[in-house]
Design a protein. Structure first.
Length: 375
C-alpha cells in the first residue's frame, strides 16, 4: 500500500514539473518531447529507487540509489520553490497584460529561479547529511534522582539507517564520536539498518567497539521490522549490545537506583511484537526514576500515564527536509529536542543518518549527550 501511494504521489509531482518546466517553457514539439522523455525517465528512476532495493539487494541498489535519491531531493525542492512562485505568477498575470511571449518569459524565469534555488538548497542539504553528526549536549532535571546519579550521561543515537547509501564507514565514525563523549550509557533507539544482516552485518560490526560504563542498550524501530527484526536482534546481541524488549534493567550507583526500560516500536503490532509498557515497568520500585527507550515520540502518551520520567526517541529525523517538519508534527507530539508531556520529559534526536534522499535541510544529524541532574 505504501508503494502504491508513493508511486501515485511521485507521478503527480512529475506531472506538475512537466507542466511548469517542460510544457510552459518550450515552443517547439521537438524540445517538448526531449523534456518529456527526460522527466519520465527520472520518474521511473525514483520509482525504481523506492521499490527495488529489497528485491535486488543492497549491493545492486547502490548503482541506482545514489542518482535516484539525489533526484528525489532535487525534485522535492523544485516542487516547493515552484509552488511558492505560483502566487507571484498569478499576481503578475492578473495585473499585467500578457501575450504569448511574456507568458513564455515568465515561465522560463520561474523555471530558472526554481532550478537555481532548488540546486543550492539540495547541495547544502547533501553536505549536511553526509557530514559528521553534531554532538548535542543537554541537561535534564529528573525528580527523585538519587544524588549518586547526578551527572549521569546518556549518549542517544538513532536512525543510523545503514543501507545502499551508508555503510561501515558511517558506523565507524559514529562509534568513534560516541566513545569520545565518554558517556555512562549508550541508548540506541531504533532504525539501524535498511537491509538484512547478510547484506549489512559487516557495516554494523563496529558497534561491538562501543564503550561506556553501563553498556549499550537498544530497542527496535519501524525499519527493523521491514528488514527482519529478529535477525538484527540476534546480531546486535552477538556484538555485545543489550536488547530491552518490554523489559527493564536497574542500574545501581552508590546505593542509588535508576531504571532503564525499553519497548518495541508501534510497527511491531503488525508483526506480532506489540509494545507492552506495563510489562516493562512491572514490579519496579516507584521511588526510583525510570528512563524509557521507545522509537517513536508518539509513544510518550502511554509513558506519561505510567509516570515515566524521561522518554528517549528518534524516528522523526527532525523533519529531515524542511518544510516537511510541519507534516511530521501532525503525527508526532514533538519533532526534535527536549519537551514535556505532563510530568514526563520527551527527548527526540534528529538521528545520525537519513532515509531516502541524502539531504538534510533544517535538521542536521546528531548524537545527543543527555546529562541527568537532580531536580
Amino acid at each position: 500500500m505504501f508503494l502504491v501511494v508513493a508511486a501515485a504521489v511521485i507521478v503527480l509531482l512529475h506531472l506538475y514539473l512537466w507542466k511548469r518546466v517542460v510544457k510552459d517553457t518550450t515552443r517547439t514539439a521537438r524540445w517538448r518531447r526531449v523534456g518529456t522523455v527526460a522527466l519520465a525517465a527520472l520518474a521511473v528512476l525514483v520509482l525504481a529507487t523506492l521499490a527495488l532495493p529489497r528485491r535486488v539487494g543492497v549491493d545492486v541498489a547502490r548503482w541506482f540509489a545514489w542518482p535516484g535519491y539525489l533526484w528525489f531531493g532535487l525534485m522535492f525542492y523544485l516542487v516547493v520553490v515552484l509552488a511558492v512562485l505560483e502566487l507571484p505568477r498569478f499576481a503578475v498575470r492578473r495585473t499585467v497584460a500578457t501575450d504569448e511571449s511574456r507568458r513564455l518569459f515568465l515561465a522560463r524565469s520561474a523555471a530558472v529561479v526554481a532550478g537555481v534555488a532548488a540546486s543550492g538548497i539540495t547541495a547544502t542539504g547533501v553536505v549536511s547529511a553526509l557530514s559528521a553528526p553534531e554532538v548535542r549536549r543537554l541537561t535534564v532535571p529528573i525528580r527523585r534522582l538519587d544524588p549518586a546519579f547526578s551527572g549521569f550521561r546518556i549518549a542517544v543515537v538513532s536512525d543510523i539507517h545503514l543501507g545502499p547509501l551508508l555503510g561501515r564507514g558511517h558506523t565507524e565514525r559514529l562509534v568513534r564520536m560516541i566513545n569520545e563523549a565518554d558517556a555512562d550509557l549508550v541508548a540506541m533507539v531504533g532504525d539501524l539498518a535498511d537491509g538484512t544482516v547478510a547484506e549489512l552485518g559487516h557495516a554494523a560490526e563496529p558497534l561491538r567497539d562501543l564503550v561506556s560504563r553501563e553498556g549499550t542498550f537498544f530497542v527496535t524501530g519501524n525499519h527493523e521490522y521491514y528488514s527482519g527484526h529478529q535477525q538484527w536482534v540476534t546480531e546486535l546481541e552477538r556484538l555485545g549490545l543489550h536488547y530491552l524488549h518490554n523489559t527493564r534493567t536497574t542500574l545501581t550507583r552508590g546505593g542509588g537506583r535508576l531504571d532503564l526500560a525499553g519497548i518495541p516500536d508501534v510497527t511491531g503490532q503488525a508483526f506480532d511484537d506489540d509494545p507492552d509498557l506495563p510489562a516493562a515497568l512491572a514490579g519496579r520500585d516507584g521511588a526510583a526514576p525510570v528512563v524509557l527507550m521507545a522509537h517513536q515520540p508518539v509513544q510518550v502518551a502511554s509513558a506519561a500515564e505510567a509516570g515515566v520520567d524521561l522518554q528517549l526517541s528518534g524516528h522523526t529525523h527532525g523533519g529531515q527536509l524542511y518544510p516537511f517538519h510541519h507534516i511530521v508534527a501532525l503525527a508526532q507530539p514533538a519533532v526534535s529536542g527536549l519537551s514535556k508531556v505532563d510530568d514526563t520529559w520527551l527527548y527526540v534526536t534528529n538521528g545520525a543518518g537519513f532515509w531516502g534522499p541524502p539531504v538534510r535541510v533544517g535538521a542536521p544529524p546528531d548524537i545527543s549527550i543527555l546529562e541527568l541532574v537532580r531536580r
